[in-house]
Design a protein around this ligand. Sequence first.
Ligand code: GAP
Length: 448
Amino acid sequence: MELQEFEGAATIEKIAALCRRRAFVFPSSDIYGGLGSSFDFGHYGVLLNDNVKNEWRRSLIQEREDVVALDSAIILNPQVWVASGHVDTFSDPLVDCRTCKLRFRADKLEDAHCGRRPSKKPGEFSECDLTPPRAFNLMFETHVGALADDASRAYLRPETAQGIFVNFKNVISSMRVKPPFGIAQIGKSFRNEITPGNFLFRMREFEQMEMEFFVPPGDAAEWHTYWIEQRLDWHLRLGLRPSHVRVRAHAGEELSHYSTATSDIEYLYPIGWQELEGIANRGDYDLQQHIAASGTKLEWVGQDERYVPHVIEPAISVVRSVLAFLCDAYDEEVVADRPRTVLRLHPRLAPVKAAVLPLIGKDTAMVEKARALYEELRRSMSAEYDDAAAIGKRYRRQDEIGTPWALTIDEQTLADGTVTLRDRDTLEQERVPLEGTTRLLADRLTAS
Ligand code: GAP
């Protein structure tokens, strides 16, 4: 039977507290009281985000021959968003309450709370006075240039995908590609979400990792299935528990305006099953819209064929992925009568791979050896040197940021040239030769 409850020690509150305590994520503009659902990433958050993006690029671009990279602008010609359908249809149905002045998503009233009687849903309390639903466009508007009038109106992109479609011609004429092939992009997207929340889950400004895979029309269904499997495998290989992941196909009425079929990879966050990644079959909707609006031929012309490709799109945000990895990795246990919080992150995702710790921070000979090892290690992986506080405390700190390996330099190192290698998950300690430690860890990282 499918799980309904998250299995593990994580709650969104505990993850948010750890992220703040350990410099992963800070509330944005904190000293001014913050800004709803905006977050800043601290040192370890930046490293973790980068590792997730690098793994995505590795699997989609580096390890394949049929996907190329792109980095398009955030502010595009506004006609792009008219043609894509976002100006007309990228909206949520909203109702306002004239009594409490709060605004709710009409399709999510079940999950909302009345402003006057939080125990009731909007509309259930006698003083509620809800307006009829109105469409509220989620795109942030701005103006380009000196004049703030209708002619200068532009939008912050709500998805990175359109930057790919409008570059289709540039890519096929400059790169050696032919369908089936993909264009992958990572970049910021912006949505004026009305019900953001749950820490990183729904933000107004977030990085997306999207790939548009262009295929012959007759092969689209097969490629859709292929990409669902590939992406599912990526999440599992990087450590998500199979029992916390499932694939759910959208019902007809749920489909976006551009989609003929979409399946979500859902993750069982501590708040319940939620969309982690969407894999859509966009058909030829976007290319046809841009052909009609721009007058440019966006098609594949082969030796004896000519067609507008269909598109399969895996789309995920860095934050949803990071939040899932954090929830899955978070663990609490008692070791030798003392509580320990540990992030069991996959080594490739861990912000720091190895910590170098001289047992006695004031021992010149130990410090010398430890510094030399640290200098060597950090040339090939992210490493930290720490000589402050008792060794147990230093281990706990590394456990909380998910460092898989700690190397301790002690008296025995000075005598026989070996160091203690401590494993974050098993807590096993082995003696390994100091010489060759960097190679050993690099090999373990590659094999992980
Ligand atoms: N180009 C298709 C597209 O943007 P989407 O389902 O609206 O489709 C794709 O978004 C992915 O972007 C989602 O699966 C989710 O991972 C992420 N995402 C969407 N809205 C988000 C938000 N407000 N905050 C964080 N991530 C979001």
